[in-house]
Design a binder for this molecule. Structure first.
Ligand code: COA
Length: 216
C-alpha cells in the first residue's frame, strides 16, 4: 500500500478546523492524506488547534524543503489571494479536495486548490478556476463558471448559466438566478436573491438584491 501524501493546512481558524475534519472524512473512506499541521500568520507557533500543531507561518512554508501538498483553508477571497501570492516554494503543490459526500456531475473542471465540501451538488458543464471554495450544501447548476479565489458560502444556490468572476464572496443562503453575471470582487450578502447582474466590486444584499455600498 502506498504511503499517504503529506498535506498542510494554511489557516488555523474555524474553516481550517473544518478542513481538517473534511480531510479526516476523506481518509475514513480511503487513507490518502497525512496532515502534518497548520501554518498561520496570526497564531503562535506550536499552538494546538483541534489537536494539531501550528508549525509556523507562510514564510516558514516558503522555507519547507520537502514536497508537500497544501490546502488554503481561508474563506475571505482577498486574504486567500494574498496568501497564494506570498507562497513561492516550488516544493509545494495545491490539490483540489472533494468531500466524499459531494455529488459531482458531468464535465466538471476544477483548477488547483479548490475545496468542495460536504453536501455540495454540481450538475453539468461547470468550471471552477483556481482556489474556489464551495462551502457546505451549495448547489451549482449547469453551465456555471466561477473565477479564481471566489468563495461560495453554505447553502448558496447558483442557477444555470451563472458566471461568477474572481475574488467574489457569495454569502450564506444566497440564490443567484439563471444567466446572472457577478463581476470580480463583488460581495453578495447572506440570504440575497440576485436577479440582476452585479458590477465589479459592488456589495449587494436583500431580496431582490440591491447595492448597499461601493467597496472598491
Ligand atoms: C453583505 C455584508 C458583506 C455586508 O457587511 P458589512 O459591509 O459589514 O455591512 P454592514 O453590516 O455595515 O451593513 C450595511 C447595511 O446593509 C444591511 N445588510 C448587511 N447584510 C445584509 C444582508 N445579508 N441582507 C440584507 N441587508 C444586509 C445592514 O443591515 C446595514 O443596513 P443599514 O445601513 O440600513 O443599517 C454582510 O452582512 C454579509 O451578508 N456577509 C456574508 C457573511 C457570510 O455569509 N458568511 C459566511 C460564513 S461561513
Amino acid at each position: 500500500m502506498s504511503e499517504p501524501a503529506k498535506i498542510a493546512i494554511v489557516g488555523a481558524g474555524g474553516f481550517g478546523k473544518e478542513t481538517l475534519v473534511m480531510i479526516n472524512q476523506i481518509n475514513a473512506i480511503k487513507l490518502h492524506w497525512q496532515v502534518i499541521g497548520f501554518f498561520d500568520d496570526g497564531i503562535q507557533r506550536d499552538s494546538l488547534v483541534a489537536g494539531l500543531r501550528v508549525l509556523g507561518n507562510v514564510d516558514d512554508l516558503n522555507n519547507y524543503e520537502k514536497e508537500l501538498s497544501v490546502v488554503i483553508a481561508v474563506g475571505d477571497p482577498r486574504t486567500k489571494k494574498m496568501i497564494v501570492d506570498k507562497i513561492r516554494n516550488p516544493m509545494l503543490n495545491f490539490p483540489s479536495l472533494i468531500h466524499p459526500v459531494a455529488t459531482i456531475g458531468e464535465n466538471i473542471k476544477a483548477g488547483a486548490g479548490c475545496i468542495i465540501t460536504a453536501g455540495c451538488r454540481l450538475t453539468i458543464d461547470i468550471t471552477l478556476n483556481d482556489f474556489v471554495l464551495l462551502n457546505l450544501n451549495t448547489t451549482i447548476g449547469h453551465d456555471v463558471s466561477i473565477g479564481s479565489y471566489s468563495s461560495i458560502m453554505p447553502g448558496v444556490h447558483l442557477s444555470g448559466y451563472v458566471h461568477v468572476g474572481e475574488e467574489v464572496l457569495i454569502g450564506t443562503g444566497a440564490s443567484v438566478l439563471q444567466h446572472v453575471s457577478i463581476a470580480d470582487r463583488a460581495v453578495i450578502g447572506a440570504g440575497a436573491v440576485v436577479n440582476r447582474s452585479v458590477e465589479k466590486g459592488r456589495t449587494v444584499a436583500g431580496v431582490p438584491a440591491r447595492p448597499i455600498k461601493k467597496n472598491d
